[in-house]
Design a protein around this ligand. Structure first.
Ligand code: CA
Length: 222
């Protein structure tokens, strides 16, 4: 899952980005409304954290710009404590949720998880695909009840496929959603990661659809 954080307060931006990266997401960052608007229009994010008080272009205008451009990614806005009118303006502009400053980063993480799973049509924080269970809260994976140790890239790959279970996901889509902007992207590495992931899981839940990509699906019961 790839996220964008738009926040002009450098310390807060770094704090949010670090927490999200530690939770297993690929994260891009912007420090003003202009940069944020551009990134949100041009890059495919799974969710965005958007501060409303931004230099150059304010947060509400940024959000309106994205929605006008047909961008539907879930957006969580950051608002000041006593500005209820900001929340109203934010929701009217197309926000999906909000957090009031100052906030606990755990709350932000929980709200991001909720936005991501709702966008993918899941009701709980645990994703299940046959014998594989992925706990998006703890970033943990178990197969038949046994924990499997994955690298952060392998985890991201599995989490993305499981969020979109039953749908074919192309290599290009994977590259766009697993890596941040600064990463040296190469769709061939996806194949390598898929190979390693299959080996570690030891069960057939990731199928290759020739010429199209990959699909996560529960193995057929014998
Ligand atoms: Ca601000």
């Amino acid at each position: 899952m790839r996220l964008l954080v738009v926040e002009d307060d450098k310390d807060l931006n770094r704090q949010i980005v670090t927490a999200l990266e530690n939770a297993g997401y690929a994260v891009d960052k912007a420090f003003d409304g202009e940069e944020g608007l551009y990134l949100g229009e041009t890059e495919p994010y799974d969710a965005v954290i958007l501060d409303l008080g931004l230099p150059k272009v304010d947060g509400v205008s940024v959000l309106q710009g994205w929605r006008r451009a047909g961008k539907l990614m879930p957006v969580l806005i950051l608002t000041a404590r006593d500005r209820w009118s900001d929340k109203v303006a934010g929701f009217d502009a197309g926000a999906d949720d909000y957090v009031t400053k100052p906030f606990h980063v755990e709350e932000l993480l929980a709200r991001v998880r909720a936005l991501l799973r709702r966008a993918a049509g899941h009701a709980t924080s645990e994703l299940v695909c046959g014998p594989v269970r992925l706990d998006t809260r703890a970033s943990r994976v178990v197969v038949d009840g046994n924990p499997v140790k994955l690298t952060s890239h392998e985890y991201r790959l599995l989490a993305y496929l499981m969020h979109h279970q039953g749908r074919v996901v192309s290599r290009t889509e994977l590259v766009e959603h697993l890596y941040d902007q600064d990463f040296d992207r190469d769709s061939n590495t996806i194949e390598v990661f898929v190979g390693r992931l299959r080996k570690k899981l030891g069960v057939e839940v990731i199928e290759t659809v020739r010429g199209l990509g990959y699909i996560a699906a529960a193995p057929e019961k014998v």
